[in-house]
Design a protein. Structure first.
Length: 161
């Protein structure tokens, strides 16, 4: 368990990294027997909320989902582990990289089944936005994800102008 850093205006990604687990049940499947994409997106969104709430120390709402890629199905009985990691923060928003992996209980093997980038905005109970701490990348991979997130953030800002 990570302790909250003393400096509250930035956190490393590891501070808020979140993992949730689910078992695919028959009621979660589509007519083809695979996990229904909407159920998976809901699980991923919840993981993004938990991660960004920890990073922002407050309530958040989902503002955007980018680059969602479904790459393989999950079947009933399989375990799905969802990992959510903050990659970049703007003034009031946190970008969260979310990856879902399906585990095969019989073999112990796993594979990525979906990934997406969620943008979460910190809000007050009446919907006003609040500032969020910056993301302070530590590893080379985190620095690359941070720079990519910064480019997406700046591109969205320009398109709104």
């Amino acid at each position: 368990m990570h302790k909250k850093p003393q400096e509250s205006n930035s956190h490393p990604p590891s501070f808020a990294e979140t993992r949730t687990s689910h078992m695919v049940m028959p009621g979660d499947t589509n007519p083809h027997g695979g996990l229904f994409g909407g159920a998976l997106v809901g699980w991923m969104d919840l993981s993004a909320v938990l991660c960004s709430q920890k990073h922002a120390s407050g309530q958040v709402v989902t503002a955007r989902i980018d680059a969602i890629d479904f790459v393989a199905p999950a079947r009933p009985g399989q375990h799905v582990t969802i990992t959510a990691v903050p990659t970049f923060a703007g003034n009031t928003s946190v970008e969260v990289m979310v990856t879902a992996e399906a585990q095969y209980p019989e073999s112990g093997s796993s594979r990525v089944i979906c990934s997406a980038i969620f943008t979460m905005v910190r809000v007050t109970p009446d919907g006003h936005t609040l500032p969020v701490p910056k993301v302070e990348p530590e590893t080379e991979e985190q620095k690359l994800l941070y720079e990519e997130g910064k480019q997406r953030y700046e591109s969205r800002r320009k398109s709104r102008s």
